[in-house]
Design a protein around this ligand. Structure first.
Ligand SMILES: *[C@@H]1O[C@H](CO)[C@@H](O)[C@H](O)[C@H]1NC(C)=O
Ligand SMILES: *[C@@H]1O[C@H](CO)[C@@H](O)[C@H](O)[C@H]1NC(C)=O
Ligand SMILES: *[C@@H]1O[C@H](CO)[C@@H](O)[C@H](O)[C@H]1NC(C)=O
Ligand SMILES: *[C@@H]1O[C@H](CO)[C@@H](O)[C@H](O)[C@H]1NC(C)=O
Ligand SMILES: *[C@@H]1O[C@H](CO)[C@@H](O)[C@H](O)[C@H]1NC(C)=O
Length: 605
């Protein structure tokens, strides 16, 4: 409280400090939302001494040039394919202009902020981070914060509009937390618990598959009821390929929401499914208060699934688990115990500051695109582009709600939160960012079909335009599935989701000492990431650069190494969703991997 009062007093007397000559009373609305997403209730004014962990985005000086480089080094038809940029080269392109830095620092100083002591910066200096009390932020942003609570019990301190001195408009792209009501969510609703209830669900899935299963495939028939590391190698034609421990190739999995991977569970999993890895471990990196208590009964299902399969498939490739905390480390706050920061940015700050980032990174988290402010989504996506330019492949789950968002619920009413309550399909972010590769979910084999117990997340972004590399694939889809089928419910010009897919149900894992069956885009993502990591292993052994941002390669050459999925749909929003078609579709993307074929393709690039 004292800090807050001190700053307010200082503010009242600080106007003469201004040196740029701009009129700070001349303000303009920076961002506005009509209402928060559904399920949020206003509990009243925020306490003025609640601490906000403010993130200020300054415009990147030449993102267009970064994007040009990224396309060239990621396009197999370009002579610069594989010539990834260094950390320093990327930072030079995205660092803010000097003028922006000066004007923003002047504004902060005016409000009593010590820019040397109180402000930390992203590696390129394009984000400023500082902790300030609500009372002061309200003065700086000409706004009023409220406490909002969600039906699920979590709470946030947010506003629906904020303003800035007009002369800063071109020098600040966005400030959060302000209008952002999204939360990083694991795609968790599709876990099957291996208890009484799940026996029936398993039987349903098997019953459905028995319609298709007469063909002899050579694949262990047990893989129809339980997916193991061995099953995935068989289904994806990777049996017998051994990765290398010390060629510099690495794989990583990200975890959020206080999840950590339990080593005892991993040990049990390896004992059962990957006995040669039994004594292996992985590197844990805790970012911004990420947890790792190793308390067996508190092990996270998402972290367990991701770590067990990604590391089980790619052993002995060195493996990293990033645990990014969601809470500010500076002040546990009793008023608003679950107020989340922006964990994607915390994670990006961390990895972008390191020279050697793992070449393949799997993330099974996301939230509904419309709940993420567009300005924020664009900037986080630009952060992913920076990693792509440096040769990193980012894989994100596409969600489990079919055309209806994160969670499986085919009858969910999907409405816009732009004040109109219009019915609209819901895409997930970050899967919708074109600079990552979005992974949908399948099940079974001979034939492999889209998942049935939940809908593979898919559709079209409302924020990101379709990149040119996907033009042909999407046009071919609309030849088979008329564009006007759901006229007005989606943006046919938007970036397509997902790009690819992989098995996404009935995964056998260990969790808190017990075997469980589990499924979701959460399962498909580490599997596809593992195949990419194995391809990188082969390329690196041959002296070639890693694959980096995958999409231009996948849509031009790679699809010949993918199994086209022809059966299934992804219900949501009270509809049957889209249908699988020949070629790309918004359920299973271009298809599931055939490792041996993909290896031949990428070794020829
Ligand atoms: C600054 O802007 C405010 C609001 O536009 C205006 O009322 C005021 O006269 C201006 N002050 C100066 C010194 O120009
Ligand atoms: C891979 O490793 C296994 C077990 O060590 C070995 O039996 C197999 O021959 C290896 N495969 C290749 C292609 O080297
Ligand atoms: C371990 O986790 C369980 C479940 O969350 C909790 O009840 C228990 O108190 C934790 N034990 C310790 C030692 O933290
Ligand atoms: C939209 O729905 C919400 C919640 O059901 C309701 O409070 C609001 O009035 C509706 N807005 C419009 C424009 O219909
Ligand atoms: C989608 O598939 C269903 C079931 O096969 C079929 O009834 C429907 O006509 C298909 N929709 C389109 C637009 O092709």
């Amino acid at each position: 409280m004292a800090f807050y009062l001190y700053l307010v007093v200082l503010l009242a007397t600080s106007a003469p400090l201004a040196t740029s000559g701009f009129n700070f009373s001349n303000i303009a609305v920076k961002e506005h939302i009509d209402e928060p997403p559904q399920s949020w209730k206003n509990l009243g004014l925020a306490p003025p001494d609640h601490i906000l962990h403010l993130r200020i985005a300054l415009p990147q000086s030449d993102f267009a040039a970064l994007e040009r480089h990224l396309y060239q080094v990621s396009d197999p038809a370009h002579e610069r394919y594989g010539a990834h940029l260094t950390r320093e080269e990327v930072e030079a392109l995205v660092k803010p202009k000097r003028e922006s830095v000066n004007l923003v620092e002047e504004w902060l100083t005016m409000h009593g902020v010590d820019i040397h002591r109180d402000v930390t910066r992203s590696p390129a200096g394009d984000w400023l981070n500082l902790a300030l009390p609500v009372g002061l932020v309200e003065i700086m942003l000409h706004t009023t914060y409220h406490v909002w609570t969600h039906d699920d019990g979590s709470s946030l301190v947010r506003t629906t509009e904020y303003s800035l001195p007009a002369h800063l408009n071109d020098h600040i792209q966005l400030i959060q937390p302000t209008t952002m009501f999204s939360r990083t969510r694991r795609f968790r609703a599709s876990f099957i618990w291996d208890d009484e209830g799940s026996a029936n669900i398993v039987a349903d899935v098997i019953g459905l598959e028995s319609n298709f299963s007469s063909t002899h495939t050579g694949i262990d028939p047990g893989c129809r009821t339980r997916i193991t590391v061995s099953c995935l190698k068989q289904i994806y034609n990777a049996v017998g390929y051994n990765t290398t421990r010390d060629n510099g190739n690495q794989i990583a999995v990200t975890g959020y929401l206080e999840e950590f991977a339990n080593k005892q569970d991993l040990h049990s999993f390896f004992a059962q499914q990957r006995s040669d890895a039994i004594d292996s471990s992985f590197k844990e990196i805790l970012i911004n208060g990420g947890l790792n208590s190793q308390n067996l009964s508190a092990a996270g299902p998402e972290a367990s699934l991701d770590v067990q399969f990604a590391f089980g498939l790619t052993f002995p490739t060195p493996a990293t688990f990033y645990s990014t905390g969601g809470r500010a480390p500076f002040k546990p706050d009793l008023n608003v115990p679950t107020d989340m920061n922006e964990p994607y940015l915390d994670w990006l700050d961390y990895v972008l500051s390191h020279p050697n980032v793992p070449q393949t990174i799997s993330t099974s988290y996301g939230d509904e695109e419309q709940t993420v402010p567009k300005s924020y989504a664009l900037r986080v996506c630009q952060g992913y582009a920076q990693l792509g330019a440096r040769g990193v492949s980012l894989l994100f789950g596409s969600g489990d709600g079919g055309v209806g968002g994160v969670d499986p619920n085919p009858t969910q009413l999907c409405t816009t939160n732009d004040g109109r309550n219009a019915t609209r399909f819901i895409a997930n972010f970050p899967a919708s960012c074109p600079f990552v590769t979005a992974v949908g979910a399948t099940q079974g084999f001979a034939p492999e079909v889209a998942t049935t117990r939940f809908g593979s997340g898919g559709g079209f972004s409302d924020y990101f335009q379709r990149p040119a590399y996907a033009d042909e694939a999407v046009a071919s889809f609309f030849e088979q599935f008329p564009k006007d089928t759901y006229a007005g419910l989606f943006n046919p010009e938007g970036a397509p989701i997902p790009d690819v897919s992989a098995q996404g149900d009935l995964y056998l894992i260990f969790l808190a000492g017990v075997q469980r069956l589990i499924g979701g885009a959460s399962a498909a993502t580490p599997t596809f990431a593992s195949i990419i990591s194995m391809l990188n292993d082969a390329r690196i052994n041959a002296g070639k650069p890693p694959l980096g941002w995958l999409n231009p390669m996948l849509y031009s050459k790679g699809f010949e190494g993918l199994n086209d999925i022809l059966v299934g749909n992804n219900p949501g929003c009270g509809t049957q969703g889209f249908n699988c078609t020949r070629g790309w579709d918004p359920i299973t993307g271009l298809g599931t991997p055939d490792f041996a074929k993909l290896k031949t393709i990428v070794m020829g690039l």
